[in-house]
Ligand binder design. Sequence first.
Ligand code: PMT
Length: 422
Amino acid sequence: MTKAEKPLFQEGAIMQDSLKDKQIVLGVCGGIAAYKSVELLRMLVKQGAEVRVLMTRNAQSFVGPLTFEALSGRPVGRDLFDDAAQGSIRHIEWARNAHAVIIAPATANMIGKLAGGIADDALSTFLLAVTAPRLICPSMNTHMYENMAVQRNLDQLEADGYHIIEPAAGELACGETGPGRLAEPAYIVDRLFHHLCKKDWSGIRVLVTAGPTREAIDPVRYISNHSSGKMGYAVARAAEYRGAEVTLVSGPTRLAPPFGVKTVDVVSACEMAAAVFEHGAEADLIIKVAAVADYRPQTAAAHKIKKSAEEMSLPLVKNMDILKELGEHKRGRVLVGFAAETDDLTEYALAKLKAKHLDMIVGNLVGSPSSGFGADTNQVTLYHADGTQEALPNMAKETVAHVLLDRIHTRFFAKKVDHDSC
Ligand code: PMT
């Protein structure tokens, strides 16, 4: 699959129930993109979040509150005084309990009010009382968005600690083309995860490899394996959520590049080696999750090989062992490998740990639908260079990624680790 064919957004990239027990407030302002907030709400609820929706008066002209009420399962806040029994106190309570707030779409009017500290309706009043992360997702006509007053107000909001989720560029409902389109809901949810995570990896440069490599036989055939890239992408995404500066060197996969991660696409083992040596030179940590082909055809035919003889053999030559090469020139970098094995996991993993001079190797039991290649879950054992090991239960690959980062952080980058990273 070429880069252009890759899906831009992947809802499934974030595991189910990741927002369980999280209280999120979704503020909806009056803009044509209000309908996209319905999709955003659906995604938040699907991740297990308890979502409370606050709508401005104008927002209700675009989408009826009933839609939000039905999807969130809770009454929608519309007016400062719409609940005679509790009045504005309810908004203070929502502010106190919120783990995060998303304003989508955020109009020029709301952005201006917040920048000026004005509280003249339920949403703006509520926002002044919030201390949790606040994501502002602007959506408006391109000229409005580029207007100096709006840009000045956005700068002010950023300086005040709001997180601005840049609008996308494209054709807008008003017929113009340019920036101003509400960011995709999947992107907003992804950034929510980013802002909910503690930044314990801040300032650490991490290079991750993922996916398979393809070794060309001729222009239409290749040797490869079943790696989907899910495990490596989960590690890259988790490290980015936690504040690391992440580069992902990826073989061909069907996955969208993780947001906030510098992704370098490669095809063959030789290309992967070149990319790893170039981008890993300054890394503090290299995690090699990729399933690199050990051999490649001696020559890749320039034209499609025609069917003729009953048998044919294909001379193969050994690819460079990238991780082994890195291990022989460590230069202070922490090196973590993965070993996919169908049997004798400990024996094979420990042999690779030693031979490649690694600090840790993740032994990955493969061959069952719930672990290894292509699966959403994984069963791994962590083997350390000092001889200690830790078998983890079968978990979502995202959870494996976070636990792996916890363990690496404890051993190599901090004295103390916080296990509740997100
Ligand atoms: O992508 P998924 O579908 O999510 O599947 C994840 C996975 C099963 C591919 C992953 O979890 C995994 O186990 N990756 C390692 C695959 C493997 O068996 O690697 P290996 O035993 O061939 O190599 C050991 C280590 O050396 C790996 O870190 C590998 O990246 C590295 N290596 C191997 C060969 C080579 N020429 N260069 C390398 O750097």
